[in-house]
Write a new protein. Structure first.
Length: 192
């Protein structure tokens, strides 16, 4: 089969060929999904190298475990793998120092605890200003670390309602904090 022939195959057909040990099927899966998986990882981690490593590891494991994996939906399987790999990598990336160019260094070490305290206060205010149902869903999900299903069961609502309420909460919180962060950037650029 030629490259274009593999491109015309469905994910199910590629998985069947992959289980038979067909390396060209793996190459097609790589070509088809690499950039999408990379973007999913990068949007959370914001580290190019770590995101590339995550996707590479997933593709390698797909090949290594091809005979034991029982995959019904390739796309869902790959995205779930990225989600779990990102989750595992977050603590490592979170503690990695971020280096900003000099013209962005508007916060000195003595200001940092004050700014962190102010941002926390603003975050708490933004959460307090959420509608009651939205605030309850947000607190259970983000502060108590319950899954969508657990929040839904505890509040007696559907998981879709939980997702909708979280979307509303995050949008409102982001909007409240965006103004503050923009102001901090403007003030920081004036200090230069």
């Amino acid at each position: 089969m030629t490259r274009s022939t593999y491109a015309d195959l469905s994910d199910r057909q590629l998985l069947d060929l992959l289980q038979e040990g067909n390396e060209r099927a793996l190459s097609e899966i790589y070509e088809r999904y690499w950039s999408k998986l990379y973007l999913q990882a990068y949007n959370v981690i914001r580290d190019r190298q770590v995101s590339e490593d995550i996707v590479q590891e997933i593709i390698v494991q797909l090949w290594v475990k091809r005979s034991v994996n029982q995959i019904d939906c390739l796309k869902a399987y790959l995205y779930t793998c990225v989600k779990y790999q990102v989750f595992k990598a977050l603590p490592l990336v979170k503690h990695k120092p971020v280096i900003y160019p000099d013209h962005f260094s508007f916060v000195n070490d003595t200001d940092s605890p004050l700014i962190t305290k102010d941002i926390q206060r603003l975050l708490d205010e933004a959460i307090a200003n959420l509608p009651l149902k939205c605030r309850n869903v947000f607190n259970l999900s983000r502060k108590d670390h319950l899954s969508t299903k657990e929040v839904a069961m505890r509040l007696g609502i559907t998981p879709k309602t939980v997702e909708n309420q979280l979307t509303i909460a995050l949008r409102r919180i982001r909007f409240a904090l965006d103004k503050v962060l923009l102001l901090a950037l403007v003030i920081g650029s004036i200090r230069l």
